[in-house]
Design a protein around this ligand. Structure first.
Ligand code: HEC
Length: 496
């Protein structure tokens, strides 16, 4: 997601489209018939959320704040749209759910320097995949999408404020957001905006560039914390002494048993990337493609995207960072009958490997021991010095190193990396030069610690959630209408 709003282009078509669209009728997707009860009986919401009382009258300003925070898409579906329609699930649990989970009982080691990818970790990740897959369509069809209701209960929730920003914000079909290209130097977050894919071949003589469109989901344990940080007002809820040293977001840290899944889709298809054969085929209101290598900044058009990577993040407080990350790669050449069976873990990571280059000089560097890479046949690159990262991720970072840098500036204050929040990415010498910045970035620390060696006293720790960081930043952008926008200023189509 963009946190850099440096150029101001105005595409009047988008403005007129926004104006033309009316408030949507009730969503038609994501209410499938209740599937069989999941085999893994965890993380259900107990007790049931309190029934919401009739809303108190609100003033217009705060009404608009909540409407922007919790809206479904940057541009709503046009009248007569017959396809799936994304509905933001922000009915976050009001009480902390029970968050027991089978993988938390797996006897895995977070310290053994000799271990390799083996049965213990494979079983751990499989437990998480079983939980994520429960109740979902076998092939994640366009029509079914990724369901938020599982066995009659709300299982998956979304982060607010990600449909605010016009260039990258959520589209109306599946709620996908676009990720920024590495070319943009002020970029906060992972690469993947316009990029090549490993293993891609030329189509009609063109070395095409692709876009990544993705969406994240939090399970009830995680969603409880999100709902505390962003209550119904849509404004971030923080506590602490704003003039002093420490500020916190309500509801954090996330509890053991929190699961976050992120589905990453690419505009590439099997014609150029053979291992995408038989992948999903989702419609997405993406950027209008202008040539094999260029896409419009603000103009959108319904296009198709295909699952290439599925990211997993779970809280396990046995980990030195509190978190365990894994990613599954899609490989259409595998024999499995369903999309799920053709998704394979490429590894697991629970720390940033502080004893490995460039946290230490090459001469002292040890092989990574907080990433375990799984054997896999699909073309992949990994992260910095073979720490974990996926095929549409930055090869000079890693899951944990990027995510542990998730901090926000105080509510309503614009975030500037290296000024009031730490670098998530893109600092001088990243992964190449052993320096203090790399030693901090590739170190292990856990909520509520600040990034070691940094002194952003008011940076609010977000317990590794970069989507929460996006939400804080978009709220701050909203509070600064004077800041330049990449695409026209968001407007509300109609009162929801
Ligand atoms: C270069 C930085 C970077 C790297 C590397 C990275 N991510 Fe992320 N990730 C982000 C950003 C930024 C977001 C929030 C915006 C979004 O979802 O698009 C995010 C979002 C997520 C989310 C949704 C929840 C959250 O924390 O915001 C998950 C889950 C996730 N990433 C998992 C992974 C996994 C697994 C890997 C490694 C395979 C990985 N990420 C590598 C930057 C990164």
């Amino acid at each position: 997601m963009t946190l850099s709003l440096s150029s101001s282009r105005h595409v009047s078509l988008v403005a007129s489209l926004i104006a033309a669209c009316q408030a949507t009728p009730t969503a038609t997707t994501q209410a499938p018939p209740a599937p069989a009860a999941p085999a893994v009986p965890i993380a259900t919401v107990t007790p049931a959320p309190a029934p919401s009382a009739s809303p108190a009258p609100v003033d217009t300003a705060s009404h608009a704040t909540a409407a922007f925070a919790f809206r479904d898409a940057v541009i709503e579906a046009p009248p007569g749209w017959q396809g799936p329609r994304f509905k933001l699930n922000h009915d976050y649990p009001k009480a902390r759910p029970s968050c027991d989970a089978p993988w938390l009982k797996r006897a895995v080691s977070f310290t053994d320097p000799k271990q390799t990818w083996g049965a213990a970790w494979a079983g751990y990740i499989q437990d998480v995949v079983d939980y994520v897959r429960a109740g979902q369509d076998d092939n994640l069809s366009d029509e079914a999408g990724f369901r938020t209701q599982v066995a009659g209960q709300a299982r998956w929730f979304h982060v607010p404020w990600m449909a605010y920003e016009g260039q990258r914000g959520r589209e109306f079909v599946h709620g996908l957001t676009n990720e920024l290209s590495t070319a943009e130097s002020t970029f906060v977050g992972r690469g993947g905006g316009h990029h090549h894919l490993l293993g891609a071949k030329k189509v009609n003589g063109h070395d095409a560039l692709f876009e990544t469109w993705s969406i994240g989901f939090y399970n009830p344990c995680g969603a409880y914390s999100i709902g505390q940080s962003f209550p119904a007002s849509g404004e971030p809820a923080t506590s602490g002494d704003p003039s002093g040293e420490k500020l916190f977001a309500q509801g954090l840290p996330f509890a053991d048993g929190t699961v976050v899944v992120k589905i990453l889709n690419t505009t590439a298809d099997e014609r150029s990337v053979p291992y995408l054969k038989g992948s999903t085929n989702w419609q997405a209101h993406g950027h209008k493609q202008e040539s094999p290598t260029t896409y419009s900044t603000c103009d959108r058009a319904v296009t198709h995207v295909h699952l290439v990577q599925m990211d997993l993040a779970v809280v396990d407080t046995r980990s030195p960072t509190r978190w365990v990350y894994s990613t599954l790669a899609y490989d259409g050449r595998l024999p499995g009958k369903t999309v799920w069976e053709r998704l394979k873990p490429i590894g697991v990571q629970w720390g940033s490997d502080p004893a490995t280059f460039p946290a230490v000089p090459k001469a002292q560097s040890k092989p990574p021991r907080e990433t375990l890479i799984a054997p896999i046949g699909v073309p992949q690159h990994y992260g910095c010095e073979k720490r974990l990262a996926g095929v549409v991720d930055q090869a000079n970072s890693s899951c944990v190193s990027c995510h542990m840098s998730a901090f926000a500036a105080p509510a309503g204050v614009l975030q500037k990396q290296g000024v009031n929040v730490p670098y998530v990415f893109n600092f001088d010498g990243l992964c190449t030069t052993p320096n203090a910045a790399n030693t901090s970035y590739f170190s292990d620390y856990a909520y509520p610690a600040q990034v070691p060696g940094t002194a952003f006293k008011q940076a609010i720790p977000l317990d590794s959630s970069l989507q929460l960081q996006v939400a804080f930043q978009q709220y701050a952008v909203y509070k600064h209408p004077d800041q330049p926008r990449t695409c026209p200023n968001p407007t509300l189509a109609a009162s929801p």
